[in-house]
Design a protein around this ligand. Structure first.
Ligand code: EPU
Length: 301
């Protein structure tokens, strides 16, 4: 989607940087995604004005975080992509509380807190993406999930057109699912973390890194796990049991390291990846009678 000159000038007045016709293949960990205009916000405080302007001009949009858990359509996209200010995301610690901007890198946050003797999040090391994306999906690994530590989240609530602070107790954090509205935009979080000596945290981080490197295709283009695990089961194990490692549609392939990771081995398109996802879902359904649910978020045009 291309923004006309008139709204472009008004966006500029709000301090928004416009980048025309950007290919999202470079902004997603899968290396898949079409082309659109991008809007880079400078300050959180301008979000309500920017959103009003986009609504007035009927410019459809989405916020893109780290781009590590999305599968985005090919070709010219029907929405512009918005980015929160990423330059110097705020992170600070006060006692056992950590205050972090949503655009911060998730692993960077784990290390920042760790160095200040605040632990609990070691499992998240190596999970690529932004803090905002991790909050929305309730990212987790190795027995922990980020939601357990959330005390407050500042969000832009599209429904109200305002920035609001939600209390952790009022947000539901389930397995890879939260009660945030689909158009809520995560801005900042306050976490409460247990005290732990940095050396102990570092040891935990090393263990998680090692486990991840030995079981996941960390050096290939992927969006992490494609499917959620069904209750009491493992999507990866089921796909593996059907002998589907290496199964492919074009350049989209079931990883030969972890069967719930689908990798882009070259120039896979979104449509290749979607065909592979549907094919595997269908095969699992036939073999096990279970319909796997996507863990990856799909943005169709
Ligand atoms: N397994 C196989 N073959 C495979 C993959 C796994 O037999 O190809 C077996 C493993 O040997 C193990 C079991 O399946 O016995 C579970 O595998 P793993 O420990 O790798 O965990 P997972 O359930 O597949 C989950 C999360 C990951 C997270 C890991 C580590 C989901 C969908 N996935 O994977 O998160 O990193 O645990 O805690 O919940 C993600 O969210 O994108 C993600 C990758």
């Amino acid at each position: 989607m291309r923004i006309d000159d008139k709204p472009a000038a008004r966006l500029k007045e709000l301090g928004v940087e416009l980048r025309a016709g950007v290919s999202l293949t470079e902004q997603t960990s899968l290396g898949i995604g079409g082309t659109t205009d991008e809007l880079l916000l400078r300050r959180y405080e301008t979000i309500p004005d920017v959103m009003r302007l986009l609504a007035d001009e009927k410019i459809r949009h989405r916020f893109l975080g780290g781009g590590t858990n999305v599968l985005i359509a090919d070709g010219e996209l029907s929405r512009v992509m918005l980015h929160l200010p990423k330059a110097h995301p705020g992170m600070r610690v006060e006692g056992n509380a950590a205050f972090v901007d949503a655009s911060a890198d998730l692993g960077g946050m784990v290390t920042f807190c760790g160095k200040r003797d605040l632990g609990g999040m070691e499992g998240l090391i190596g999970v690529p993406g932004s803090v905002g994306g991790a909050l929305r999906m309730n990212a987790g690994a190795y027995g922990m999930q980020i939601g357990s530590y959330v005390r407050e989240v500042e969000v832009y609530r599209a429904a109200a057109g305002e920035i609001e602070t939600l209390r952790g107790n009022d947000i539901r954090f389930d397995y890879r699912h939260t009660s945030f509205a689909p158009d809520d935009v995560m801005l900042r979080v306050k976490l409460e973390l247990p005290s732990k000596p940095y050396q102990e945290i570092l040891a935990g981080i090393r263990v998680c890194n090692e486990k991840r490197r030995s079981s996941q295709p960390v050096n290939q283009k992927s969006a992490g796990c494609i499917f959620k695990n069904p209750a009491g089961g493992s999507a990866g194990r089921m796909i593996d049991e059907l002998g589907l490692k290496g199964h492919r549609v074009g350049d989209a392939m079931v990883s030969d390291r972890h069967a719930n990771f689908f990798v882009n081995t070259g120039h896979a398109s979104c449509s290749d990846m979607l065909k592979l996802i549907e094919d595997v879902r269908e095969r699992i359904h036939r073999a096990y009678g279970i319909v796997l649910e996507n863990e990856v978020i799909v943005w169709q045009n």
